[in-house]
Design a protein around this ligand. Structure first.
Ligand SMILES: NC(=O)c1ccc[n+]([C@@H]2O[C@H](COP(=O)([O-])OP(=O)(O)OC[C@H]3O[C@@H](n4cnc5c(N)ncnc54)[C@H](O)[C@@H]3O)[C@@H](O)[C@H]2O)c1
Length: 316
């Protein structure tokens, strides 16, 4: 056994792939998830599963009474619109939930934390792309504020209690197991619409860009961060890594690449642009390449084909 890992949000999209990766690397894995958006079938068979809220006494006690080698924190309220409509709920889940876990970790002697932050929301809008880690931070949503605030909490705990905390600022993550319902994941939404033979809606002119990174590359980045010799905190950026591809892809290009990858003709329509959406987003990954020896490996076209195949096999 390499060590014991507690993965919060391990019934969700990214967390379940991270849990798989730890198991493959020989870790013993415990998953904490309240199944609010995650699914039991995503939790790896070999992992222990505890269904509870990250803000609960049970979650805190689990950490306080067990020494984990690593707390890998993926559970979150991750819907930007929900955070705008109910910022208190967002803060309760994302900020107080994290503090509850950190208090448990401190009591139980878990020193290392890997945290799922977001490169899509902490930087805000700017024309200077791709964003390096040191770029200006100006989140425009409560969700972005909660991610940035979490990074400051982690830095403070590292300084106060000699903990080793790393934040991974993800670009737009896509791949198998992403939930196509609701707001999240344009790739999952497009794939499930194609599978159902429905029309794809592109909002605005479709020229808005995102940086799409495959979930398997993201899981590898979590392992690299788990092994990283964390230095003393200088700034939040000194213990954070962007995880993306440094490539901007427009929604129109995404639809075209998906058509190429699947060999299908896509039926697309345009609708009015949605307010509050960033026009462009892309993160620089030189720091992760240098310090973590991590680079994205999966080409968008291959990743889209793999995601479409998974959605085809896993939807009725
Ligand atoms: N998907 C992306 O592109 C992306 C980008 C940047 C950051 N992130 C971050 O990565 C993490 C995982 O995102 P995802 O896309 O896998 O989302 P997801 O919704 O699939 O996973 C989140 C998991 O957390 C669980 N959860 C939510 N609230 C909880 C609570 N109070 N207690 C216990 N469990 C709770 C859910 O049931 C779910 O299984 C989140 O922290 C998210 O903010 C995701």
């Amino acid at each position: 056994m390499k060590g014991r890992a507690l993965v919060t949000g391990g019934a969700g999209f990214i967390g379940s792939h991270v849990a798989d990766h730890y198991l493959r690397e020989g870790y013993e894995v415990t998953v904490v998830d309240d199944l609010s958006s995650g699914r039991l079938e995503n939790v790896p068979q070999a992992a222990e599963f505890v269904q509870t809220d990250i803000g609960s006494e049970e979650a805190r006690a689990l950490l306080a009474e067990t020494t984990f080698d690593i707390l890998n924190h993926h559970a979150a309220q991750m819907d930007v619109r929900v955070s705008v409509e109910d910022p208190a709920f967002d803060a309760r889940t994302n900020i107080l939930g994290l503090v509850n876990l950190l208090e448990g970790a401190r009591a139980g002697g878990t020193r290392r934390v890997v945290f799922a932050s977001s490169g899509g929301v902490v930087y805000g809008e700017s024309d200077e792309l791709p964003h390096p880690e040191e770029a200006r931070k100006l989140p425009v949503s409560p969700y972005g504020v909660s991610k940035l605030t979490s990074e400051f909490y982690l830095a403070a705990y590292a300084m106060l209690y000699d903990m080793e905390c790393v934040s991974l600022r993800y670009a737009n993550v896509y791949g198998p197991r992403q939930n196509p319902h609701g707001e999240a994941g344009v790739v999952a939404i497009f794939c499930s619409k194609i599978k159902a033979g429905e029309q794809i809606t592109i909002y605005g002119d479709g020229e808005q860009t995102r940086d799409y990174v495959n979930v398997l590359d993201v899981a590898r980045a979590n392992m690299a961060a788990t092994r990283w010799p964390v230095p003393p905190v200088q700034t939040i950026d000194s213990v954070a890594f962007n995880i993306g591809t440094e490539t901007e892809t427009s929604v129109n290009e995404l639809a075209q690449t998906l058509a190429d990858a699947t060999g299908l003709d896509l039926d697309t329509s345009h609708a009015a642009a949605r307010s509050g959406e960033l026009q462009r987003s892309c993160v620089a990954v030189g720091r992760a390449a240098q310090e973590l020896d991590w680079k994205p490996q999966i080409q968008l076209k291959d990743g889209l084909r793999q995601t479409y195949e998974w959605i085809s096999e896993n939807t009725a």
